[in-house]
Design a protein around this ligand. Structure first.
Ligand SMILES: Cc1cc2nc3c(=O)[nH]c(=O)nc-3n(C[C@H](O)[C@H](O)[C@H](O)COP(=O)(O)OP(=O)(O)OC[C@H]3O[C@@H](n4cnc5c(N)ncnc54)[C@H](O)[C@@H]3O)c2cc1C
Length: 452
């Protein structure tokens, strides 16, 4: 593969956008896409930038966070946003597209671009020299994932998003489940959790049921190697049935540990607990902390109804473990998406730890521009922190690495308004968001005035 071009690996939303931005900057690149020779189970076509599920690029209603991100991408001449304008279909406030036309537009633009050489090959290892953009997405091929694990440390590469079950708060039996935080420690002095206490007997009956429960089948064949333990789970998000398999008491020394809690009904520490954490501000739903699993939905309903206090609970969502290959951005990336120990390597798209189509396009666009700067001997310049793009990269590079989870763009990622502005708009959420967007647009104007 060695030549002076930049190597972009993955011709999905992020990779196609990155290659396009490199070409706009006059920089040559090779864009590697393994389809159609080797496909993923989510992709259906050989087109670049295929939308694998919904056809929505989310809200385009002014002054939403999703609109702001798209607005910034349009200002930076995103190929994908151009394609979306061409392929738009009615979708209310959402920017929805004809997926075939959208991907065909991007594929044609890339194929017609003389500075991009599209190579339909699987890349099995990250090139060890030259500038590289890794944009192979949530379904990165196994060989490359193994090489990324080598380069970054396997404990910083995740293969799954794990989702805990959620119950309807009104169906939790409050005569059994009691509010408390371990050792009385909570953020606001109150009780952050509802605790479902087990007696000794209840606990072992529960563990036995867990061990006998049926697993959901792997969604895609590549997941089979993970199910069979050939690619290990990340230790901090092991499925509970996997923890139970390590020994009958492992759960009660792990996510079900009862330390620092006293059951008001008995005045004693329970043998084990399941903690329920408030899911939304209205407290009308709770998630089962640490209860990610890949049992079938039927098995979850049966086994979790053995949890004291959840006998009749209504589950709003069951636990799941989705294939999603991504790195721990805050440990590995700087705010210009470069690998800290090896800055010639950029990560973009879902594998960099963002979530969603537009966020993948956004990080692809930035990686392309920054890689072009690097090729020209310049230092890549971070986006202003107050923009949606800057905030997304800030999240990827500076969130808490211990609890890192891929994120969509949202106002939570953007910095709060200063005190005066916050006080002015305190009671009006819409006006506050409009002000955050106004500030972002102004920061982008300033950035573009200097750096176009
Ligand atoms: C099943 C599924 C459904 C999703 N649904 C949505 C949704 O509805 N809305 C939403 O906003 N987000 C969704 N996402 C999340 C995410 O936004 C998309 O996966 C998005 O396509 C990510 O963009 P990307 O460029 O990072 O990866 P992709 O678009 O997946 O592009 C990566 C490309 O790299 C190629 N590739 C992989 N390994 C190699 C290799 N070794 N060599 C060469 N090429 C390789 C792949 O074939 C692919 O074309 C979904 C994800 C999945 C897995």
């Amino acid at each position: 593969m060695p030549d002076s071009s930049i190597q972009v690996i993955g011709g999905g939303l992020a990779g196609a956008e990155a290659a396009w931005q490199l070409a706009r900057a006059g920089v040559r690149c090779n864009l590697f896409e393994m389809r159609p020779a080797k496909s993923t189970n989510a992709h259906q076509t050989a087109l670049l930038a295929e939308l694998v599920c919904s056809n929505s690029l989310k809200s385009d209603a002014e002054n939403t966070a999703s609109w702001l991100l798209k607005h910034e991408l349009r200002r930076l001449d995103s190929l994908a946003l151009r394609a979306a304008a061409e392929a738009r279909v009615p979708g209310g406030h959402a920017l929805t597209v004809d997926r075939e036309r959208f991907a065909a537009f991007i594929t044609a633009a890339i194929e017609d671009e003389p500075l991009i050489e599209l190579r339909r090959e699987e890349v099995r290892a990250i090139p060890r020299t030259g500038i590289v953009i890794v944009a192979t997405g949530p379904l990165t091929s196994g060989a490359l994932a193994a090489d990324i694990a080598n380069l970054t440390g396997s404990e910083r590469l995740y293969f799954y998003d794990s989702i805990s079950p959620i119950v309807d708060a009104s169906t939790v039996n409050r005569e059994i489940a009691f509010p408390a935080s371990r050792y009385g420690k909570s953020l606001d002095g109150g009780a952050d959790y509802l605790n479902c206490p087990f007696t000794r007997d209840e606990y072992y009956v529960f563990v036995e049921a867990l061990l006998a429960a049926e697993s959901a089948p792997a969604h895609i064949p590549e997941d089979q190697e993970i199910h069979e333990g050939r690619i290990p789970f990340f230790e901090s998000c092991l499925p509970i049935e996997e923890i139970a398999r390590r020994g009958p008491d492992t759960l009660r020394f792990g996510p079900m540990k009862p330390v620092g809690l006293t059951d008001p009904r008995t005045g004693r520490r329970p043998w084990a607990v399941v903690q329920l954490r408030q899911e939304d501000q209205r407290a009308d739903s709770y998630n089962l902390v640490g209860f990610q699993n890949h049992m079938t939905f039927g098995a979850q309903k049966r086994v979790f109804s053995l949890i004291p206090g959840l006998e009749n609970a209504v589950f709003l969502r069951f636990g799941q473990m989705h294939r999603n290959t991504y790195i721990n951005g805050p440990e590995l990336l700087n705010s210009t998406l470069q690998l800290k120990p090896d800055p010639r390597v950029f990560f973009a798209g879902q594998i960099s730890g963002v979530e969603g189509y537009v966020e993948s396009i956004a990080t692809g666009l930035l990686a392309g521009r920054w890689a072009a700067a690097l090729a020209a001997g310049e230092a890549p310049r971070p986006m202003p922190r107050t923009t949606a793009l800057g905030s997304l990269c800030h999240y990827v590079s500076a969130a808490d690495p211990r609890r890192y989870q891929p994120a969509n763009v949202s106002f939570d990622l953007l910095p709060a308004l200063d005190d005066a502005a916050h006080a002015k708009f305190r009671k009006d959420r819409k006006a506050r968001h409009a002000e955050i967007c106004r500030r972002a647009v102004a920061a982008m104007d300033e950035y573009l005035a200097v750096h176009v």
